[in-house]
Design a binder for this molecule. Structure first.
Ligand code: SF4
Length: 349
């Protein structure tokens, strides 16, 4: 299959697109005007690994605090603006790293030109974000709420920027329906070579939302489509970051932190695998090194199945055999498994 290759666009310290790593982003759910709450959330997201953060800018009061927020955080700050070009201009002057605005919704050509001029001067990109629920009436009438309509809508916005010789563009087209999302981005990838921001919109709560995002984003990333991802969930944004890295890690797009391999358990299991695996997962939080840890139910298949793991345990009759690189190094009683495992892990991280 021919892999999609986009141009690269710079957002803060990162290049998005080209051969650069896929970056994980999220969006604050605080009131942007509440600087301390917003900064607090961003710092927590940074700690969880968030690489780019977006905040809503619904009015001038929010636009005016962008500089204050930016001073206290360490990752690129993206502002989400609808319609009002004055908000865009204010955010650019406040030091925003990227603007999400649809040029077709700004109004007169002069207003679009003013935004483009400001972005060019500060070398910041614009993301066009089309949502299938809010595309232009004529496209709705012609194509219905379809991938084709969303792509046509995105291309209209793109042309406005290209006419002004502005090419630092990223694009997203969002759907809440996974097959439509995949079809839409595939279609878009045939028409443009700008880096694409992937996500499923209104995906739902942690469980189903993660499923939908993982499938939609996963299929596209596997085809080489996608420069940055946002897993939108009706949940704490920290969950979005965890899910985002989980997707990248499962696809082996980025080696980020430890990978936990665990067996589904079966009639051979003689230790409390579910509790042990949960505790190991918790203990791995915060480790940055991309190690593989295996928690397996039995010595018959455990070490062999987890041959690739750096450290692991294979359960036996109320005991566990600790193994390193697939070789058993010692056996311990069940109540000592966790501490022994963590001791071995600490030696290599
Ligand atoms: S590793 Fe052992 S306990 Fe776990 S599923 Fe396989 S056979 Fe069953």
């Amino acid at each position: 299959m021919k892999k999609y290759k986009s141009r690269a666009v710079k957002v803060g310290p990162y290049f998005l697109g080209g051969d650069n790593p896929v970056r994980v982003q999220s969006m604050c759910n605080t009131d942007t005007r509440n600087v301390s709450e917003t900064v607090k959330q961003i710092l927590a997201l940074e700690k969880a690994g968030c690489e780019i953060i977006r905040v809503a800018v619904p009015d001038m009061a929010a636009a005016k605090v962008i500089g204050k927020i930016k001073k206290r955080i360490h990752i690129p700050l993206v502002v989400d603006i609808h319609f009002d070009y004055k908000l865009a201009l204010e955010c650019v002057s406040q030091g925003a790293d990227k603007i999400r605005i649809n040029p077709g919704n700004i109004g007169s050509r002069e207003k679009v030109e003013a935004v483009v001029k400001a972005c060019k001067a500060k070398k910041i990109p614009i993301r066009i974000g089309v949502n299938v629920g809010s595309i232009e009436k004529d496209l709705q009438a012609k194509y219905g709420p379809t991938p084709k309509a969303a792509v046509e809508s995105a291309l209209r916005h793109v042309r406005i920027l290209e006419d002004l010789k502005f090419h630092d563009i990223l694009i997203s087209i969002k759907f809440s329906d996974v097959p439509q999302m995949v079809e839409g981005y595939r279609l878009l990838a045939k028409k443009v070579n700008y880096p694409l921001h992937l996500g499923i919109t209104h995906a739902g709560t942690s469980y189903m939302g993660t499923m939908k995002n993982a499938i939609g984003i996963g299929v596209l990333l596997h085809e080489g489509i996608g420069a940055t991802i946002r897993v939108s969930l009706t949940a704490d944004p920290i969950e979005e970051i965890k899910a985002g890295f989980g997707i990248l890690s499962a696809l082996e797009k980025r080696k980020v932190g430890p990978e936990l391999i665990s067996c589904p358990t079966c009639g051979r299991t003689e230790i409390d695998m579910i509790s042990l695996t949960g505790k190991v997962e918790k203990a791995l939080v915060g480790i940055k090194k991309p190690i593989k840890v295996a928690v397996m139910g039995c010595v018959v298949n455990g070490p062999g199945e987890a041959r690739e793991a750096d450290i692991g345990v294979a359960g036996g009759k109320k005991m566990g055999a600790i193994f390193v690189k697939g070789k058993v190094i010692k056996s311990v009683p069940e109540n000592k498994i966790l501490s022994e495992l963590l001791k071995e892990i600490r030696k290599i991280v």
